[in-house]
Design a protein around this ligand. Sequence first.
Ligand code: FES
Length: 107
Amino acid sequence: MPDIVFVHPDGREEGFEAPDGVSLMQAATSYGIDGIVAECGGSGICATCHVYVDPAWADRLPPPEPHERDMLEVTAAVRRPTSRLSCQIRLDRQLQGLRVEIPDRQY
Ligand code: FES
């Protein structure tokens, strides 16, 4: 049950305990985090679940698969080195304390 923290574009932080085994996107939408749209429901084809992973965490995640890398080319907000699709990040206890920033737009 990792605790995860979302940082909104205005600097506001929202943290909560997420269940193991769900994606970061599923945890965010279940908790009602604004700014994670997830239009495709997690199929990896919309890029509206874009997040910026805190640099301290970026190397602790498995690298993006090729299809995720392709979709990161078409994010609405500027892409950063730690950009990821939150639907492709699977939560487990290794990610206790994960911090991600929400981009200023998803469209
Ligand atoms: S929810 Fe569509 S790409 Fe992640």
